[in-house]
Design a protein around this ligand. Structure first.
Ligand code: PLP
Length: 367
């Protein structure tokens, strides 16, 4: 049996007539750059996420960047980010000229460790970025309270947490802004690049609408130095189609996660992901920790099973951030589990039979 890490082709085939019609419609109307299809998506996505406003942009990185720009974050400022996240989280901080300040992740839930945030705050700190990694909400109420206590902005990186909720409230709405990615492999993925920022703050919304379009809210009148970060019409139309399926796909991901947990629970070597109290996790990734991880990956691959590592090198140990002067041992939790984590095949396409096969092979490896 062959089990892909992700099967975008199968997903496309499951909704092909709707997608093809949506793309044809954009071609017929030649609404390519932002425009009505993007607007319709922004309204639908804001509603789905329980926010007032949504700004569609052309990547998750752009979403984070204009969120920071809208808050006037600049050189000399410090922004707190988790050590284990995708590189784009600190990178987008660096794009503003500000400095990312890393904080270790929690041992049990993989997100930024709230108990380690306060010691990283300095007079230069402007914001905390909570990443809802792997589709699992961070401890957003605790982190929000810390941000408020120190008069800092809370921004959420929701690139992996579409439709996830924490204590009944959507991820992305605890922070002043929530930033999403629609990279093809994300839970809601474009057929190309895409991203969005949600917010309830109308001033920030208007500023970000301008920032994505050369700092202009009226054609050829420029109030800010912005970017060309517009979401494409075709992507807006595709995302509109896929958004309709997202809650049912998310339920399937959760069922698949439950299935993995059931089949893996007997293998003592495997540490399973846990949900924090009050979380509705959306399992962008299903990450377990194991001994002899690299040998397991090879064994699974030899059996036709493709896995991933998210992420093999914590951000503070990336070459690009060598200049910040962090050392081995700076963030022991993140560093330890960089060597233990493995992401098993997870999507709404993977079947129970495939999950059973994966778990059986893992069991065989440790026997
Ligand atoms: C994917 C991702 C991003 C970046 O999104 P892009 O659309 O690839 O620019 C940022 N943060 C996290 C946590 C991500 O997973």
């Amino acid at each position: 049996m062959k089990v892909n890490f992700l099967d975008l082709k199968a997903q496309y085939l499951s909704i092909k007539p709707e997608i093809d019609a949506a793309i044809q419609n954009v071609l017929d109307k030649t609404a390519f750059a932002a425009g009505p299809f993007v607007k319709e998506f922004e309204e639908n996505f804001a509603k789905a996420q329980g926010a007032k406003f949504c700004v569609g942009v052309n990547s998750g990185t752009a979403a984070l960047h204009i969120a920071f720009m809208a808050l006037d974050i600049k050189q000399g400022d410090e922004i707190i980010v988790p050590a284990n996240t995708f590189f784009a989280t600190p990178e987008s901080v660096s794009l503003t000229g500000a400095t990312p300040v890393f904080v270790d992740n929690e041992e049990q839930f993989y997100n930024i460790d709230p108990s380690k945030i306060e010691s990283a705050i300095t007079p230069k700190t402007k914001a905390i970025v909570a990443v809802n990694l792997y589709g699992q909400p961070a401890q957003l109420d605790t982190i929000k309270a810390i941000a408020e206590k120190h008069n800092l902005f809370l921004i959420e990186d929701c690139a992996q947490s579409h439709l996830a909720t924490y204590k009944g409230k959507s991820t992305g709405t605890y922070g002043i802004m929530g930033c999403f990615s629609f990279y093809p492999g994300k839970n809601l993925g474009a057929y190309g690049e895409g991203g969005a920022v949600i917010t309830d703050n109308e001033l920030l919304y208007k500023k970000m609408m301008a920032l994505r379009d050369h700092g202009s809210s009226k054609k050829y009148f420029h109030d800010y130095i912005g970017h060309n970060y517009r979401l494409e019409g075709i992507q807006g139309a595709i995302l509109n189609v896929k958004l309709k399926h997202l809650s049912s796909w998310t339920e399937t991901r959760r069922k698949n996660a439950a299935c993995y947990k059931q089949y893996l629970s007997g293998i003592k070597e495997v540490i399973l992901p846990e949900e924090i109290d009050g979380a509705y996790s959306v399992y962008h990734l299903f990450v377990v920790r194991v001994p002899r991880r690299d040998a397991l990956i090879q064994f699974l691959q030899d059996n036709g099973i493709y896995t991933g590592i998210h992420y093999p090198i914590p951000c503070h140990q990336q070459k690009a951030y060598a200049f910040l002067g962090y050392k081995e041992g700076s963030f022991p939790v993140s560093e330890k589990y960089a060597n233990e984590i493995i992401s098993l095949p997870m999507s709404e396409q993977v079947t129970e039979e495939e999950i059973q096969y994966v778990c059986q092979k893992i069991s065989e490896f440790y026997r």
